[in-house]
Design a binder for this molecule. Structure first.
Ligand code: FE
Ligand code: ZN
Length: 504
């Protein structure tokens, strides 16, 4: 194509975004650079502006940056000739349910509708509990007409939970009709102590049921029991195929601390090129789920530039997808964004897309929203980056950064991926898409950079750690990550093995 047309062509790509090119821009400036990428970057830069005119200086910088984008070289990993992976002989069986991404303005009505929907859906989980003969009150307002001493069971959204001057816990529950104050006494009997401890775990914005007695002559209910929505016991799925799922997250490609050598070693292992006792296990891997923070991103926190090895967002993703290309084709790879990735921060997050993964299409690579369900060989897998775990760990006693699986159990008990509103950014849509409607067989998260495995009510819980070395931030916070530990779950034997790529 003659160069003169490059300027015209770029102008055409930009026209609908109301971006104009200054008339003195020379065709030599663009040369053979990628017009689609240049356009994507300009549109991103000038988003929200009425009209923009791009000058030579700005275009020059962007053209330079797109050249960098092309820099990462394909990664050469060949499959070992003796490697006979079982998984290559088994047909993949999977389906994806990505979360619907609605728009919301963040108006008061949006918030009201959002919480109404949460309350409504949680109520149906709560009402499925057997409840020792005390029926659930249909609305909180009706408490007013009941006399003191009467036993009740109320369902509501926690609008606050605080410790009173006398050391009791006061919880305010509300529903569409009104609100109720519930008191947990700091008593001395062992029963009171157990209840009080449980009440310390009540968090803002969660929906639960509390059983208790209406106080005589005081505007509150004395609590005697807390009922969380919780999940029923899950029966383990069976399969005859000896295949496995590997879990990864927080790869942080682009960060100076990304542990590339270890990651490459893992890729070599997947291709049968590493002789370890886990070689056979490598051949069983049929699915890989990446639960977010796949790239380090740009501008995620102030001063991030200092921590980046790759300063160009497009180059970070092209490098990531080069790595993914080195994964054997018979493995289905599912890629989800996290809070570091280059999609809107508010959850639910849409799958990676657009100019970031331009022209990337491989039939074994699937893009997930955050959160998403993926049914893998009959195993319902709920994947979520886990951004909300920070607020859970801050609020619920007994949870910590050292044991992310405990915080993940708390999420399941509350049937909500991000119960504390405002702990992380959520889009207040008409429907609360972070409610855990479908009980999964496997729940996978990352974000904490610490591996953790647990089983709760039959649900396999896995936090897949990270591929990034300890950061200064984690040092300051006292967090100790567990990088390069790959959890693998064998579907036939229901067994987890964590392969340590610090040593293997
Ligand atoms: Fe991360
Ligand atoms: Zn994260």
């Amino acid at each position: 194509m003659p160069e003169k047309n490059q300027v015209t062509e770029l102008a055409r790509l930009l026209a609908s975004s109301r971006i104009l090119l200054s008339s003195d821009i020379s065709p030599e400036l663009i040369g053979e650079a990628d017009l689609g990428l240049i356009a994507a970057k300009l549109i991103e830069t000038h988003m929200g502006q009425e009209l923009a005119v791009v000058q030579t200086e700005e275009l020059k910088l962007i053209v330079e940056a797109t050249k960098l984008t092309k820099a990462p070289l394909p990664i050469e990993v060949g499959r070992h000739s003796d490697f006979r992976p079982v998984a290559a002989e088994v047909d993949s069986k999977y389906s994806i349910s990505n979360t619907q991404i609605d728009r919301a303005e963040g108006s008061t009505t949006d918030f009201v509708n959002y919480f109404k929907d949460r309350l409504h859906r949680m109520r149906s989980f709560l009402e499925s509990h057997r409840n020792n003969g005390v029926g659930f009150l249909q609305n909180i307002e009706s408490i007013k007409s009941l006399s003191g001493g009467r036993e009740v069971c109320i369902i509501g959204l926690v609008s606050s939970a605080s410790t009173t001057q006398k050391g009791n816990i006061l919880v305010r529950l509300e529903d569409e009709t009104g609100e109720a104050n519930v008191m947990f006494m700091n008593g001395t009997s062992s029963q009171a102590k157990v209840l009080f401890e449980a009440a310390r775990g009540i968090i803002n914005d969660e929906v639960l049921a509390i059983k208790g007695k209406i106080a005589t002559g005081a505007p509150f209910v004395y609590a005697s029991e807390i009922i969380w929505p919780d999940i029923p016991i899950r029966v383990k799925k069976e399969t005859e195929d000896d295949v496995a799922i590997a879990f990864m997250s927080d790869i942080h490609v682009g960060s100076k601390r990304f542990m590339e050598k270890n990651f490459m070693r893992m890729l070599e292992w997947l291709n049968g090129n590493v002789d370890t006792k886990y070689k056979e296990l490598a051949g069983k891997i049929k699915y890989i789920v990446m639960a977010g923070d796949v790239a380090d991103g740009i501008g995620v926190y102030p001063g991030q530039d200092r921590d980046l090895a790759i300063l160009d967002i497009y180059a970070q993703y092209s490098k990531l997808f080069n790595f993914i290309d080195a994964i054997p084709d018979y493995i289905e790879v599912f890629v989800m964004p996290g809070n570091h990735d280059a999609v809107q921060r508010a959850e639910p997050q849409q799958p990676l897309g657009g100019a970031l993964i331009k022209e990337y299409s491989k039939s074994n690579v699937h893009l997930l929203s955050n959160p998403a369900y993926a049914n893998l060989h009959g195993f319902e897998t709920l994947a979520y980056h886990g951004t909300s775990l920070d607020s859970i760990i801050a609020a619920v006693p007994g949870t910590s950064y050292a044991q992310p699986e405990k915080a993940m159990v708390e999420v399941l008990r509350r049937r909500h991926l991000s119960p504390i509103y405002g702990g992380n950014v959520i889009v207040p849509t008409k429907e609360d898409h972070l409610v855990i409607d479908r009980v999964p067989d496997i729940m996978h998260m990352g974000h904490i950079h610490k591996n953790g495995i647990a089983n709760y009510h039959g649900v396999e819980i896995v936090n897949s750690g990270t591929w990034q070395a300890r950061t200064d931030f984690q040092m300051k916070q006292g967090h100790v990550p567990s990088p390069c530990m790959l959890p693998v779950y064998e579907l036939k034997s229901h067994k987890f093995t964590t392969v340590d790529f610090n040593t293997e």
